[in-house]
Design a protein around this ligand. Structure first.
Ligand SMILES: *[C@@H]1O[C@H](CO)[C@@H](O)[C@H](O)[C@H]1NC(C)=O
Ligand SMILES: *[C@@H]1O[C@H](CO)[C@@H](O)[C@H](O)[C@H]1NC(C)=O
Length: 170
């Protein structure tokens, strides 16, 4: 009985942290190395993002959908945020901030080819594994969606294959 009450309370409390309608839960792995996945450096507002070794834990999962989408850390109220417009340039940083449906810097265009663009940026800036460094702890920022040498999604540093998480496997 006590356990049930605690569970119900917990479920009510995390309502905002649930998967938004029409969104899926995925790991965002790197095309540079499928064993690396995007995570916040720390799961608090203002933290930069980086890659860590894929551990298949909820702390590495994100809610998103194809097209213009927020990218929300699973079970949290934190969303990827491209910051101020002055930051929307090559090597700009990306942080997690409290999800805000009115914030344009939290709208990402999740493309079918693996690129993830900051929707309002022009020219388009995409999530980027800085210096394509194949190592846990490497910062993820933004870089031109055109990619190095204009190869687009063939630039592995800006390509993030999604790995699906089964909804029931919580
Ligand atoms: C996606 O977001 C961009 C930038 O905010 C906007 O210009 C575009 O119209 C949006 N596209 C769709 C399909 O909503
Ligand atoms: C997810 O579910 C599908 C279908 O039931 C199964 O084939 C797959 O192995 C599961 N994946 C994981 C990571 O559990």
């Amino acid at each position: 009985m006590l356990a049930t009450s605690i569970l119900l309370f917990a479920l009510a409390a995390v309502g905002l942290a649930d998967v938004p309608a029409g969104y899926k839960t995925v790991y965002l792995t790197s095309k540079v190395d499928a064993k690396l996945a995007i995570v916040p450096k720390t799961a608090v507002a203002g933290s930069i993002i980086q890659v860590q070794t894929l551990a298949s834990t909820p702390a590495q999962q994100w809610y998103l959908k194809e097209g213009n989408s927020s990218i929300q850390l699973a079970g949290s109220t934190l969303c990827l945020d491209g910051g101020a417009k002055s930051n929307w340039k090559d090597m700009g940083s990306v942080v997690v901030e409290t999800c805000d449906a009115t914030s344009v810097s939290q709208v990402w265009n999740v493309m079918a080819d693996g690129r993830i663009a900051l929707a309002p940026s022009s020219p388009q800036e995409c999530l980027d594994l800085q210096y394509m460094k194949d190592a846990p702890g490497t910062t993820v920022g933004i870089y031109s969606c055109a990619g190095l040498n204009n190869v687009g999604a063939a630039d592995k540093g800006i390509n993030w294959p999604q790995v699906a998480v089964n909804a029931t496997a919580v």
